[in-house]
Ligand binder design. Sequence first.
Ligand code: MTE
Length: 321
Amino acid sequence: MLIRKPEAIRPSEITPESVYLRRREWLRRAGLASAGLALSPLAVAQRRSDQGQTPLLKDVQPATQRPGRAPNSWEDITTYNNFYEFGTGKSDPARHSGDFSPAPWNVRVGGACAKPGDYALEDLVSPHRLQERIYRLRCVEAWSMVIPWVGIPLRELLLRFEPESSARFVRFRTVMRPEEMPGQRRGILDWPYEEGLTVEEAMHPLTLMAVGVYGRELPNQNGAPLRLVVPWKYGFKSIKSIDTIEFTRRRPATSWNLSAPREYGFYANVNPDVDHPRWSQASERPIGAGLFAGRIPTQPFNGYADEVAGLYTGLDLRRNY
Ligand code: MTE
């Protein structure tokens, strides 16, 4: 498969806390201390793998950019989830996704492009060099994490299908498998989960199609085997377990917008100045910071304004939330 199975490594081996605490010793052993190089969690893990401790995939390009905060632990990232196909509680996805089978996996690509078709996951991923991207994730519910994803810039993937100039949006759909996804047997949402981006958003260099986290394949609860990551938008845009990609001329309907249009818009850009009708979006609660750590201010576009604000020039972001 693409990258190593999560079970292959004990979570305790890669929690960033321990990595960061031992970083100095680490740099010394790796002979990098004098060079003053900052290592990403992936680079640390790979280096340890070279020492025969933590075998990880070798050909992932380590992250070059880091958010201000340290990445969350593997435990945080894989036990505190939103994936309503497996239930609405934060621990439900980890507890109820054991029967979900992410392999074999095919993605149907269609709509306004020259190369539609059914693609096996391996064929989608193997031509690309995987990249690590350490991104902030801000959920619309006002909690947040920092996650070291592994994936492919969505732009690189989409260009292979040769989108037509008439394509203005990209629609994504989560697989429909009520027999493996207990939440889909309940009417929580109008299944399957669907999301969409403008073509400009989909082609933005920050937009990632993730296949892994912490250098390992995505666990089921995080959207195995393929999920979107759009770091400047609320987390619900980052749709999981994608089996359909379609280039469209009209704006696609999206699950949360259909379910509660007053509360969840199509754009869903992180915006501390536009409150959710039922709570403030001005601040957020970092997961894993400890019970009494308190909240931190939420940043416009989740801190990625310099990169993405230009996509929305002339758009009233209060009305187009
Ligand atoms: N994708 C699907 N198919 N179903 C979901 O319920 N939840 C979304 C998003 N993608 C969701 C989904 C929400 S609300 C968030 S915050 C993120 O996934 C959470 O991603 P994580 O659990 O990997 O942190």
